[in-house]
Design a binder for this molecule. Structure first.
Ligand SMILES: *[C@@H]1O[C@H](CO)[C@@H](O)[C@H](O)[C@H]1NC(C)=O
Ligand SMILES: *[C@@H]1O[C@H](CO)[C@@H](O)[C@H](O)[C@H]1NC(C)=O
Ligand SMILES: *[C@@H]1O[C@H](CO)[C@@H](O)[C@H](O)[C@H]1NC(C)=O
Ligand SMILES: *[C@@H]1O[C@H](CO)[C@@H](O)[C@H](O)[C@H]1NC(C)=O
Length: 868
């Protein structure tokens, strides 16, 4: 038994009975409208059907195609096919049928056309075992059976046109008993590859089949094909397939009987030499396949084939080309062509497709393709082209597609624009994987300037450009003007470049191409896609960014890609922490965008997670739990309570003071504006301690109010009852032109006095006016004021007076006070004050009292009550 027979057939398994019952139950549920039913071995592995029982297929009246291949069927029960009235195709390949009569029940399907019983255990085919009356079969596949006899003694195959007996036979003569040649008259296609019978046996059969149109005779190892071909008796033979027969020489008369051949397949042989006369007489030949041979030259041989339109000569050893005629398709891929010299200069005017891939071409010379005026597609990819002469493509007036990828084309090779001249209809130019590199993106002589119809590649001045493959161009940045002249661009391939530096792709570069929908930036050493944020690519629907160094895709980026349908980010260096949480979530759940290969993405950082699946990242930890929030709140509350009680206990007065100070500051601004508009109600606000009231009533009031006529603001008299004291103070100070502070030891100790002076001080700073008059009623030793030395500078701006000691002239004091009150505090009048001050040498040094330490002492707080 040949080894290949056993290979394809399946092994014994158990449970077949159970499985049959199961299939029966299942099938009985199937509605009888089913047209295609597949119970082949792939369906349920290892459990196979052993028998097609009666009732198994019952009721499937509409079934047209039934696949039972790959089971262990040995027999088919009577009547099991009787309801399959419409069955046309039955596949019983790879089963265990031993006798053809076991197939008889199948024929109760009246319109069965195709029967596949290859790879069974048939030894004999006798027509009377099958039927005695004509069948509707058009196609029978007997391949891979061990046939030793084939007998047809009735006309049971009146319409059979396809017969496959490939790989049949047992290496001995086959008994052919076909009692009337006419029984196989309708057979047009015969497959006899790999048949295991001697030459004479094959010859006998071939002579019977007189109306063949197509013969496949591949892998016939024992027999010489040339010899076999002598017995092909059909004058109608159009297609002869002789692939894989180790033919090394094509002899002169090999095809002399096949003068009507249209297609000849000689591929995968060892042909190294073709006699010039071999094809003589093949006046109809259209298609010739000679790929995978050892041909070194293409000679004039093919000139004998006037009708040849397609020739595949790829994967040979051809290194020179000579004349070829009238072809439309010429495939010369994978040869050893070093040059194409004059091969296309004066011939092949009808060639439409020329394939020269995988050769060793290094130069394309001027006018190489001159006569190929009908060529539509020219593929010269995967050669070693480094030099392209000017006008190399001249004459290709109908060329649509030019593939030049994977060569050694440099910037220099195409620097002359005439290199690409002469192809007015070129739409697709492929320059992948060359070594074209430009230092900057501004080309003085754009090499593609002559390609006015180009749609699939352009660099400059080509307004119809729609697709741009710019892969492997050794670019490391994009100039913002790169696409200025290509507004229709929708496809951009910028892969395999080195955009590793930040800003190597400025977002503005995309502004001229708002219609861009496909962006390919794989292997571009990108660290970030942030350039897309401001790129305004509202139509972008496909991004291929695999094999970069992208680590985080954040929410902002995701939101900016609203039209994205397809994202490929495999093999990037993802960071597996919460920064990618939103990306993972979106990638898995998004209904609109498909993030492909997501499950294959792996983590690169942190090191402990390297190699882990990206989608397995636990993002739950990124969501701060409610418990945690509660914990934080409670803690803060507890700390705050502690702090509050601490402050209350130790810093109560400081806080109260700070509070009032703050209020004062707020009021200060308000009042200032108010009084700038309304003028002053009083000439002076008198700030004094309650203990000094007698002096105020007995000395100050009579002198200033009664005698000199000043309007004074005194708290016991002028403060509005019911209004907060602090407001009263502020109102008093701001509605007075000046503030006179009567400084005594008790004044310094009083909280309210300190506050009044503070307030006046705000005004002093604010209005830049001399509003404060300090009157020292007592001698206060300098050392008591020494902590405030830093305020000396401000003191210069202040009027200071001292109440004369007993025996000194009181009149002078009142005069100075009047002068001080009279000054408006404007800068130019300052001098008068200073003059006064100078003349009053006796006046002690004056100080401003900011936050008077006495006042802050809690023990001193009662002054609050004194004032109220
Ligand atoms: C029949 O079955 C064989 C083996 O499974 C398969 O290769 C072939 O394609 C099938 N043919 C049809 C027409 O179903
Ligand atoms: C062919 O088959 C017929 C009918 O069965 C039989 O009479 C004849 O002897 C067979 N011929 C050979 C060569 O076996
Ligand atoms: C996302 O990244 C971009 C640039 O890297 C940045 O401008 C943006 O603020 C980031 N967004 C968020 C939500 O972190
Ligand atoms: C996807 O569709 C389902 C069902 O229509 C919906 O419940 C879900 O919210 C959608 N998801 C997103 C991310 O829009």
């Amino acid at each position: 038994m040949p080894a290949n027979l056993e290979k394809g057939c399946s092994k014994i398994t158990i449970c077949q009975t159970v499985f049959s019952i199961y299939v029966f139950i299942v099938l009985s549920q199937i509605p009888n409208k089913v047209r295609y039913l597949d119970i082949s071995f792939n369906l349920i592995s290892n459990i196979k059907l052993k028998n097609v029982s009666r009732g198994l297929l019952q009721g499937l009246t509409q079934l047209q195609v039934l696949r039972l291949d790959g089971n262990r069927i040995e027999g088919i029960e009577q009547h099991s096919f009787s309801t399959l009235l419409n069955l046309k195709v039955l596949n019983l390949t790879k089963n265990k049928i031993q006798h053809i009569d076991r197939l008889k029940p199948v024929l109760s399907s009246p319109v069965l056309e195709e029967l596949f019983i290859g790879c069974n255990k048939l030894h004999r085919f006798n027509s009377y075992d099958l039927s005695k009356s004509p069948l509707s079969l058009r196609k029978i596949d007997f391949s891979y059976n061990l046939l030793i006899s084939f007998q047809i003694i009735e006309n049971i195959f009146p319409v059979l046109y396809h017969l496959d007996i490939s790989h049949c036979g047992q290496d001995r003569a086959m008994l052919w008993n076909i009692t009337d040649k006419a029984y196989l008259n309708s057979v047009m296609t015969l497959y006899m590859s790999g048949i295991h019978i001697p030459l004479e046996s094959i010859a006998t059969f071939l002579q019977i089949l007189a109306s063949l149109y197509k013969i496949r005779l591949s892998e016939i190892n024992q027999v010489k094909v040339e010899a076999l071909l002598q017995y092909v008796s059909s004058p109608e033979l159009g297609i002869l397939l002789l692939k894989g027969n180790n033919i090394s020489v094509l002899t002169e008369h090999m095809f002399k009987h096949c003068f009507n051949l249209i297609e000849l397949d000689l591929s995968d042989n060892e042909i190294s030499n073709i006699s010039a006369l071999v094809f003589i007489g093949l006046t109809q030949l259209n298609v010739m396949r000679l790929q995978l041979n050892q041909l070194i030259q293409v000679k004039r041989t093919f000139q004998m084939l006037p009708t040849l339109k397609f020739i595949d000569l790829s994967r040979n050893l051809i290194h020179t080309l000579t004349y070829l005629n009238n072809l439309e398709v010429l495939k010369l891929g994978s040869n050893k062509l070093l040059t194409i010299d004059n091969a296309f200069k004066n011939c092949l005017p009808s060639l439409k497709n020329l394939q020269l891939v995988y050769n060793k071409l290094s130069t394309l010379t001027d006018g190489s393709f001159k006569s190929l005026s009908n060529l539509k597609s020219l593929s010269i990819s995967d050669n070693q082209i480094s030099e392209i002469e000017r006008h190399a493509f001249t004459g290709l007036i109908n060329l649509d597609q030019l593939l030049l990828s994977s060569n050694r084309i440099t910037k220099k090779s195409i620097r002359d624009p005439t290199v690409f001249s002469g192809m007015p209809n070129l739409k697709h130019l492929d320059l992948f994987s060359n070594v074209i590199s430009y230092m900057d993106d501004n080309l003085n002589n754009p090499p593609f300037i002559h390609l006015k119809s180009l749609k699939c590649l352009s660099i400059h001045s080509l307004t119809s450009l729609e697709m741009f493959y710019g892969g492997s161009m050794n670019l490391d940045h994009l100039h913002p003007d790169t696409f200025n002249s290509t507004p229709k661009l929708w496809f951009l391939d910028r892969s395999k470049n080195a955009f590793s530096a930040d800003n190597s792709i400025p977002p503005e570069v995309f502004h001229p191409v708002p219609g861009l929908t496909k962006l390919i930036i794989s292997k571009a050493q990108l660290h970030s896609l942030s350039f897309l944020l401001n790129a305004r690519l509202s139509r972008l629907s496909v991004i291929q960014a695999s094999e970069n160094m992208l680590d985080v895709i954040n929410q902002t980026l995701i939101k900016s890609l609203s039209r994205l349908r397809y994202l490929d980010m495999k093999r990037n260096t993802f960071t597996c922490d919460c920064s990618n949480e939103i990306f993972i979530d979106w990638a898995m759940k998004s209904n609109y965008t498909q993030v492909i290969y997501l499950s294959r993405y792996t983590c690169s950082y942190p090191p402990s997670m390297r190699g882990m699946r990206f989608v397995n990242l636990n993002t739950e930890s990124c969501i701060v739990s409610i418990d945690f929030i509660c914990f934080i709140c409670t803690s803060v509350l507890a700390v705050f309570t502690l702090l509050a009680s601490f402050i209350y206990h130790f810093l109560y007065w400081q806080m109260v003071y700070a509070y009032y100070l703050f209020l004062a500051f707020l009021h200060d601004n308000k009042k200032k504006q108010m009084h700038q508009q309304h003028g002053f109600q009083y000439d002076a606000f008198i700030s004094y301690n309650a203990q000094d009231e007698p002096w105020v009533v007995q000395e100050l009031l009579p002198n200033l109010e009664s005698e000199q006529g000043w309007r004074l603001c005194l708290h016991y008299r002028d403060f509005e009852p019911g209004k907060p004291i602090i407001d009263n103070i502020i109102d008093g100070i701001y509605s007075s032109h000046k503030t006179i502070c009567l400084i005594t030891h008790s004044y310094l100790r009083s909280t309210w006095c300190s506050k009044e002076i503070q307030m006046a001080n705000f005004r002093l700073f604010d209005e830049q006016k001399d509003v404060l008059i300090l009157v020292f009623l007592e001698d206060i030793p300098t050392q008591q004021l020494s902590p405030y030395h830093q305020m000396r500078k401000l003191v210069k701006k202040m009027t200071c007076l001292r109440w004369p000691k007993a025996g000194e002239d009181i009149r002078l004091f009142w005069q100075k006070l009047r002068q001080a009150l009279e000054t408006k505090g404007d800068p130019e009048e300052e001098n008068t004050i200073l003059d006064v001050k100078d003349r009053l040498n006796r006046t002690p040094p004056c100080f401003l009292f900011p936050l008077c330490p006495y006042c802050l002492s809690p023990s001193m707080s009662p002054s609050f009550y004194i004032r109220s």
